[in-house]
Design a binder for this molecule. Sequence first.
Ligand code: SF4
Length: 134
Amino acid sequence: MSDDTKKTPNRRRFIKLSVMGIALAPMTNLLFNQNAHAFRARSVSSVAVKIPRLPENDRQAMALGYKEDAALVDTDKYKVADGANCRNCQLYSGSDEDQWGPCAIFSYRIHPLLNQNFVVNAKGWCRSWAMKAG
Ligand code: SF4
């Protein structure tokens, strides 16, 4: 057998695989894009049901000593009036039933992933607390 005849099957297989690769490339690309799209859709829907909680480690929250639970406020650092929490604060506008609600101090800020205004915990506290009137 000559060298040419030995190479021919390999060359044919190479050409066949190349053609298949070229043909499959757009399909795999489409598949990956669909998976990426599905992943993004899942991420967005799982984020959408979440609450845009103000993180305690937010710079402004830290500056005001905000805690999601008033019982965990550093009382060596801050004087907390008895029973004071976000729910009975003048600046809180959440409903009586909700665990989280807007605070006038933080509500102008937007949660970067949820694209909604930050909310604070009704049981929380920060040093801007002021007794709700009435
Ligand atoms: Fe809570 Fe009032 Fe402080 Fe806002 S200002 S975080 S409602 S205590």
